[in-house]
Design a protein around this ligand. Structure first.
Ligand code: SF4
Ligand code: FES
Length: 246
């Protein structure tokens, strides 16, 4: 079958405005969208810019907008986005990021927010016997949150950034949950100044768009709500019952 990839292009060094360019590609419906992009890059237009590395849904580098939804090009089959011959598939860069070139965005702010939540174990003492063990039940409590590949699909999907660019965002909050829910972690008080502020955990309004976009099936909204309850519990203990976004 043939598909037309309609790709939003922009080179800030030469273009005044972004524009869309069409590429007609011969593809098998069972191929992945990344294969079609590589076909364009190799044989039609070497100037087209996009990120990719693993091609197997592990590195998170080829997240983009695909027909208006966020996802990984390497995990998207052609037949799932082009249901008939000569269909058009629209590809755009992730939202809420500055575009560096074509489908490549500057993720500096995304990773700055990720680091803000201290995405590492904060313990109050070293393990007694060399290993910091926990039960299977304790591990299962945050199991899905360990699967994040930092692709930023959720960051693009979240509607809160339209008016609140200071929001930490779903991926950073998932990382906060991953450690707060860890039986070995004692870092809530160190993370509170970032989580319990207007751009923190309370900015989430349960739109669930992040959960729908996540290619790793992480229960993002649920994990954010669990984090809210942990923060609220600490506010209650400190006699501060109302969170700052109310
Ligand atoms: S939570 Fe899911 S969508 Fe968000 S960065 Fe991690 S893997 Fe990507
Ligand atoms: S190229 Fe690595 S996740 Fe798609």
């Amino acid at each position: 079958m043939q598909v037309t990839l309609k790709i939003r292009r922009y080179n800030p060094e030469t273009d005044d405005q972004p524009y869309y360019q069409d590429y007609l590609v011969e593809v098998d419906p069972n191929e992945r969208l990344l294969d079609a992009l590589m076909e364009v890059k190799r044989f039609q237009d070497g100037s087209l810019a996009f990120r990719k590395s693993c091609a197997h849904g592990v590195c998170g580098s080829d997240a983009m907008r695909i027909n208006g939804r966020d996802g990984l090009a390497c995990k998207t089959l052609i037949k799932d986005v082009a249901t008939e011959d000569k269909a058009t598939v629209v590809l755009e860069p992730l939202r809420h990021f500055p575009v560096q070139r074509d489908l490549i965005v500057d993720q500096s702010e995304f990773f700055r927010k990720y680091r803000e939540v201290k995405p590492f174990l904060i313990a109050d003492a070293p393990p007694a016997a060399g290993e910091f063990r926990q039960s299977q039940e304790q591990r299962l409590r945050f199991d899905d949150a360990t699967n994040c590949i930092l692709c930023a699909s959720c960051y693009s999907a979240c509607p809160m950034f339209d008016e609140h660019p200071e929001f930490l965002g779903p991926a950073a909050l998932v990382q906060a949950f991953r450690f707060l829910a860890d039986s070995r972690d004692r870092g809530l008080d160190q993370r509170l100044p970032v989580l319990d502020q207007p751009g923190g955990v309370w900015r989430c309004q349960n739109h669930f768009q992040c959960t729908l976009a996540c290619p790793r099936s992480i229960l993002i909204t649920k994990r954010i709500n669990e984090t809210k309850r942990m923060v609220q519990k600490r506010r209650d203990e400190q006699g501060e019952p109302t969170h700052p976004n109310e």
